[in-house]
Design a protein around this ligand. Sequence first.
Ligand SMILES: Nc1ncnc2c1ncn2[C@@H]1O[C@H](COP(=O)(O)OP(=O)(O)OP(=O)(O)O)[C@@H](O)[C@H]1O
Ligand SMILES: [Mg+2]
Length: 128
Amino acid sequence: MLKKVEAIIREDKLNEVKEALKEMGIVGLNVFEIRGHGRQGGISLVGRSGSYQVDLLPKIQVNIILSEQNLEEVIDAILRSAYTGEAGDGLIFVLPVEEVIRIRTRERGHDAVMYPGDIDERKGRITK
Ligand SMILES: Nc1ncnc2c1ncn2[C@@H]1O[C@H](COP(=O)(O)OP(=O)(O)OP(=O)(O)O)[C@@H](O)[C@H]1O
Ligand SMILES: [Mg+2]
């Protein structure tokens, strides 16, 4: 079973999160620059003409398609590397993935998200 992790994190935590994922053998990922708000609805900033509300704050969305067996480990790594303890640390969404197809080889499913030296290969897992 393939899953998608969408981690919404602070912009200044991207490097730490990327490093943590790389260290554990997560190879494929992509990143969006997004804007949004959580339960505080944004933040209040003080400017020259008084305070004003910024309702959409910039965040980074890290997207990873991975096999379910690596899910908890990846969540753990993100929780550790994206944490400050302050409001706005972000959220992690987990979604089921219907199919993945590598265009060059037409490999599908798990085979399409296998990479040399990745987390499964390191653990000596037979994944076919
Ligand atoms: N329900 C949602 N759906 C999609 N994106 C969301 C949702 N809630 C929050 N987000 C995105 O996640 C980001 C992180 O939100 P944030 O960390 O402020 O979460 P929170 O729930 O308010 O927790 P905290 O109290 O720690 O701030 C938001 O800026 C927004 O981009
Ligand atoms: Mg918040």
